[in-house]
Design a protein around this ligand. Structure first.
Ligand code: GDP
Ligand code: MG
Length: 168
C-alpha cells in the first residue's frame, strides 16, 4: 500500500530544545543530557491523518546550527518546518526571521509553525508575550508555547494533526 512520509525540519539556534522536542515527540522521553551526537538524521512517528497512515520524519541537526553550517541535505525535500526559540534566550528569538528565510531559500514556502519552548522557565523570561505574538503575526505563523521538559503542548499542540499545522 501507499506509504506517505512527511519530512519536517526543526530549526532554531543551538540549545533551544530542538533535539529534546524531537525525542519527546518520537520517543516520549525527556533526558537532561540528550546527546548532540545522536548519530541519526531523523526520528519518526507514525500518525493518522484523515484515516491515512503517515510517517512524520523529524529531522534533527547534530549541532551544526551553532556554526551556521547546516547543509542543503538537511533541508532537501522538507514539507514542513518548526521554528524554535527559547524563553530564556533572546538571541534565539531574534534569529527566528533569519531561520525562516534560510528554510524558504532552500524549500520555498512550506507549512511552518513558530514555537517558544521552555515555558516552564517563564519567571526567567527575556521575551514579552506581546513581542512573541507580534512576531508570529508579522511572519504569519501559527504560534505555540511549549515545555518539552514538562511535556506541555508538544504532541497536543505543535504536532497536533487535527489543527491546521505542520501536518496539513
Ligand atoms: P538543541 O540544541 O536545540 O537541540 O537543544 P537540546 O534539545 O539539546 O536542549 C538544550 C538544553 O535545554 C538541554 O539541557 C535540555 O535538557 C534543555 N531543555 C530542552 N527543552 C526544555 C524545556 O522545555 N525546559 C527546560 N527547562 N529545559 C529544556
Ligand atoms: Mg540538538
Amino acid at each position: 500500500d501507499m506509504e506517505v512520509a512527511i519530512k519536517v525540519v526543526v530549526v532554531g539556534n543551538g540549545a533551544v530544545g530542538k533535539s529534546s522536542m524531537i525525542q519527546r515527540y518520537c520517543k516520549g522521553i525527556f533526558t537532561k543530557d540528550y546527546k548532540k551526537t545522536i548519530g541519526v538524521d531523523f526520528l519518526e512517528r507514525q500518525i493518522a491523518v484523515n484515516g491515512e497512515d503517515v510517517r512524520l520524519l523529524l529531522w534533527d541537526t547534530a549541532g551544526q546550527e551553532e556554526f551556521d553550517a547546516i547543509t542543503k541535505a538537511y533541508y532537501r525535500g522538507a514539507q514542513a518546518c518548526v521554528l524554535v526559540f527559547s524563553t530564556t534566550d533572546r538571541e534565539s528569538f531574534q534569529s527566528i526571521q533569519t531561520w525562516k528565510e534560510k528554510v524558504e531559500a532552500e524549500v520555498g514556502d512550506v507549512p511552518t509553525v513558530l514555537v517558544q519552548n521552555k515555558i516552564d522557565l517563564l519567571e526567567e523570561t527575556v521575551i514579552k508575550n506581546e513581542e512573541a505574538e507580534a512576531l508570529a503575526k508579522r511572519l504569519k505563523l501559527r504560534f505555540y508555547r511549549t515545555s518539552v521538559k514538562e511535556d506541555l503542548n508538544v504532541t497536543e499542540g505543535v504536532f497536533n494533526t487535527s489543527s491546521s499545522n505542520v501536518c496539513n
